[in-house]
Design a protein around this ligand. Structure first.
Ligand code: SF4
Length: 365
């Protein structure tokens, strides 16, 4: 199998599919997805939420279509947003057909719960006719009865077998324009399933850990699970599922990619945990900066460090850096050079000013 390198990570080579204009797989940039949690038929609220996610940088949005009112709302929603829309379909194959006709660029289906083979065939036909890709979304919580009987309980082998059976179902319809996910709420089981699936097929993989619990536990499980798989070269698109405002999902997705040096968007903040040596209010300053700089999309590194122990070292390697000094005189660094001093009360404004200046220079290039 050919290899694609990103930094030191050897990415698994896959087929490529498109979700609207967004390429997935075969070395394409790893895309960040999220999902609306408004009532889809509430067109205004759904458009507003997607636009907020777009501001945060989301590449692809998914929308649940549990009823006909939802698929009827799709054309108006799609017309008013920039990112491609995936329709999330369960149980009713007719919703899949309606969504494909309504302009969804991809259908997320779980062929195991969509009813008869005939229903799946009709959805595939609609996808073909409307240039839609499909995501086969296997979930450990809704495995086929036969597989649960065979394996006794949800496990990675059952998830992989389900995914491959469903892939075969689509291949039998002469349809290969799909990606696959094998999510569960058990992080290690999910990782195992993705590793096995990545060896068993070359379809692009959508990564995610699902039903992750509270915000903090969700972040940690997702960062560990998705991050580990990406570091092994597995995964072509991702969604961090959080029981929280969807903007956190988008931000977390980018943080995982930034941490692995796979994709940079916006500010990378480096700051120390603070201790008795800290000579200014690093914690509050970092929280405020994160908020004030959240609209910047240019990749910039900013170091806010509490003292001279590790401060100068980190600040020197950042685009903008502050290292705490004595007598309310903190050292200010720009692009590896100390350019002066800044007082505690001026740190935020100075850093914001420099960050917007540097971001605008990058954007103009
Ligand atoms: S950089 Fe200085 S203030 Fe920050 S944790 Fe390290 S020793 Fe403490």
């Amino acid at each position: 199998m050919d290899k694609v390198f990103i930094n030191n990570i050897v990415r698994r080579k896959t087929k490529r599919v498109y979700v609207g204009h967004v390429a997935v797989g075969d070395g394409a940039q790893i895309s960040v997805q999220s999902m609306t949690n408004t009532k889809t038929a509430d067109v205004k609220a759904t458009i507003e939420q997607i636009r907020k996610a777009e501001e945060a940088g989301v590449d692809i949005m998914r929308i649940s279509c549990p009823d006909e009112a939802s698929t009827l709302a799709l054309p108006e929603i799609i017309k008013n947003v920039k990112v491609p829309i995936i329709a999330d379909i369960h149980f009713h194959y007719k919703r899949g057909i309606e969504a494909a006709k309504a302009g969804a660029t991809c259908l997320r289906i779980n062929p195991g719960n969509i009813g008869s083979i005939e229903g799946v065939k009709e959805v595939v036909r609609a996808a073909k006719d409307n240039n839609c890709s499909i995501r086969i979304g296997v979930n450990g919580g809704s495995l086929e009865k036969g597989l649960l009987e065979k394996y006794g309980e949800p496990c990675s082998d059952a998830m992989v077998e389900s995914a491959l059976m469903q892939a075969k179902m689509l291949e039998d319809e002469d349809f290969t324009n799909f990606k696959i996910s094998v999510k569960s709420s058990n992080t290690l089981m999910t990782m195992d399933a993705y590793r096995k699936l990545s060896k068993a097929c070359d379809y692009p993989l959508h990564l995610g850990i699902t039903e992750t619990g509270s915000f903090h536990s969700g972040l940690i499980k997702s960062a560990f699970g998705i991050g580990s798989l990406l570091a092994e070269g597995i995964g072509d698109t991702l969604r961090v599922s959080l029981t929280a405002d969807i903007i956190h999902e988008v931000k977390a997705g980018f943080e995982i990619l930034k941490t692995l040096d796979i994709r940079h968007r916006g500010i990378r903040l480096i700051s120390c945990p603070t201790c008795a040596r800290t000579s200014y209010n690093v914690i509050d300053i970092v929280a405020t900066l994160e908020e004030r700089l959240s609209k910047i999309t240019a990749p910039l590194t900013i170091a806010i460090m509490g003292c001279v122990v590790n401060g100068p070292g980190e600040a020197l390697h950042a685009d903008i850096g502050v290292a705490g000094g004595g007598a309310n005189n903190h050292m200010l660094y720009v692009k590896g050079k100390q350019v002066g001093f800044v007082k505690s009360e001026d740190v935020i404004e100075k850093v914001v000013e420099l960050a917007y200046e540097q971001a605008s220079a990058i954007d103009k290039k």
